[in-house]
Structures are given as structure tokens and as C-alpha cells.
Design a protein around this ligand. Structure first.
Ligand code: HEC
Length: 232
């Protein structure tokens, strides 16, 4: 892509990346930035509630387009965390920078560049796959739960279930076991979503908890959480 005069290299239909293409890209980038600035003034970005350090029920999650990365980080623990946070991203960006030097082919037909196409497809599938896994895992642990409103008949049903499945360990209104925290006032320190999540995955309270997974149906779990959230 070379012409004799780089400054007016357009007459042959070819031009140098620098400065021609670069100029257009800078103009486009500035226009996009200006549009974003205007939009952010016109439409205030939606914020969540003020952060509350005493709230144990909040589940922080990145925006959907970062979920794949968030999911990836879950696979690296302890000293290996740097692999997920630094090493892998550095490798990916290094690859992006090196790509034009590694693959100089001018071929534009994807089928004739199987290696590059395979790498891109693998990257695409990984990103989509990790996003899906992240959503499914959160779904299973109750992190994306939308709870139906409490119906009054759930309260006695929840109380019944609590006596059967929970009270052997948890104290309630002066009765019940001593193996676990008294839940008489649980409703004033936890919301329904948190209670549901503890039932679905007791380890979120403590990794080594003796609280076992209690096989309640969705309706039964909703009844128990409705009952407990009223205990204030
Ligand atoms: C085998 C005993 C046991 C049973 C049965 C049990 N739990 Fe627990 N539960 C615990 C223990 C122990 C903890 C405290 C976590 C820890 O530190 O291990 C706990 C913690 C909790 C918490 C969190 C309390 C807090 O202050 O954050 C909730 C909510 C809870 N349990 C609800 C239930 C419900 C609802 C049931 C019945 C469906 C149930 N538990 C059955 C032992 C039990």
C-alpha cells in the first residue's frame, strides 16, 4: 500500500495508514467521545443505592459485557489470582499488538485463513461460553432471583417447614436448637433474597458450615423465606 507521495496518496486509491487513515480514525474517535459526553449529560447514568458496608445481602456483579472475565477469575484462587488478573490479559493484549506482525496475509477470505479464523472463533466461543456459565451459576445460587410478593398463607406454611427442617439447629422464639444462630430477629438483619441464598447454598455464610443443603421445593423455600423475613 505505497505511493510515491505519502501526503497526497489518494489519487491512486491507495494511501498510507499514517497520516491519512489515522486522521479519519482520530476524527471518528473524537466524534464518538463528544456524543458520549453529551449523552451522559442528557441521560444521567442509572446508579444503584448508596453502598452500605453493613449489608451482607448485596451481590456485586459487573455489567453483562464483563461477566466472562468475572467468571474466568473464579477459576484462579490464592497465589494463582495474578494469572487471571494480569498474566492472561497481558497475553491477550500482547497477541493483539503482535497480530499484524504474526499474520501478514492480505487474504480477506476467511476460509483461506484457517488458523487466524480458528483463533478468533475460539476466543469468541470462550467469551460467550463464560458469559453463559456465569449467568447459569448465578441463577442456580439464587443471585438473579426475582421473588414473588409474599402471600399471607405462606407465613404459616413457612413456619411449619421451619419447625420441621430448621429448628433442630436454629433457635426461634426461645425454642429450638443451639447449634446455629438464633433466627428470632433474622428479618431485621437480612432480606428474603439473602435467606433464600443461604438455603440454596449454606456455604455463603461460612465455608465450613454444618448447615446442610435442605431439599426444599421452590414454593417451600419461598414460604420459609417469607416467614423468616417477617421475624423482626
Ligand atoms: C444442621 C444444622 C442446621 C440446619 C438443619 C439448618 N441450619 Fe441454617 N445455619 C446453621 C449454622 C451452623 C449456621 C451459621 C453458619 C456457620 O457459621 O456455620 C446457619 C446459618 C443460617 C442462616 C444465616 C444466619 C445469619 O445470621 O446470617 C440462615 C438464614 C439459615 N441458616 C437458615 C436456615 C433455614 C431456613 C433452615 C431450614 C430450611 C436451616 N437454616 C437449617 C445450621 C443449620
Amino acid at each position: 500500500m505505497k505511493t510515491d507521495s505519502p501526503s497526497t496518496g489518494t489519487d491512486t486509491g491507495q494511501s498510507f495508514f499514517y497520516p491519512h487513515q489515522m486522521f479519519f480514525e482520530c476524527v471518528t474517535a473524537l466524534a464518538v467521545l463528544a456524543a458520549l459526553v453529551v449523552l451522559s449529560f442528557v441521560w444521567q447514568a442509572p446508579l444503584e443505592e448508596m453502598a452500605d458496608p453493613g449489608d451482607v445481602t448485596y451481590v456485586p456483579r459487573p455489567e453483562w459485557y464483563f461477566l466472562f472475565y468475572f467468571q474466568l477469575l473464579k477459576y484462579f484462587e490464592g497465589p494463582l489470582v495474578v494469572v487471571g488478573t494480569c498474566v492472561l490479559p497481558a497475553l491477550v493484549f500482547a497477541l493483539l499488538i503482535l497480530l499484524p506482525f504474526l499474520d501478514k496475509s492480505e487474504e480477506t477470505d476467511v476460509r483461506k485463513r484457517p488458523v487466524t479464523a480458528a483463533i478468533c472463533l475460539a476466543a469468541l466461543f470462550s467469551v460467550v461460553g463464560l458469559t453463559v456459565v456465569s449467568i447459569v451459576e448465578d441463577e442456580r445460587h439464587g443471585y438473579r432471583m426475582v421473588l414473588p410478593p409474599i402471600a399471607e398463607e405462606q407465613i404459616p406454611e413457612g413456619q411449619d417447614l421451619f419447625k420441621r427442617f430448621c429448628q433442630s439447629c436454629h433457635g426461634m422464639d426461645g425454642k429450638g436448637g443451639f447449634f446455629a444462630p438464633d433466627l428470632t430477629q433474622i428479618g431485621s438483619r437480612a432480606n428474603r433474597a439473602y435467606i433464600e441464598r443461604v438455603i440454596l447454598q449454606p456455604q455463603i455464610v461460612s465455608q465450613t458450615t454444618i448447615m446442610s443443603l435442605i431439599p426444599l421445593s421452590d414454593t417451600e423455600r419461598h414460604a420459609v423465606s417469607a416467614y423468616l423475613s417477617r421475624k423482626k
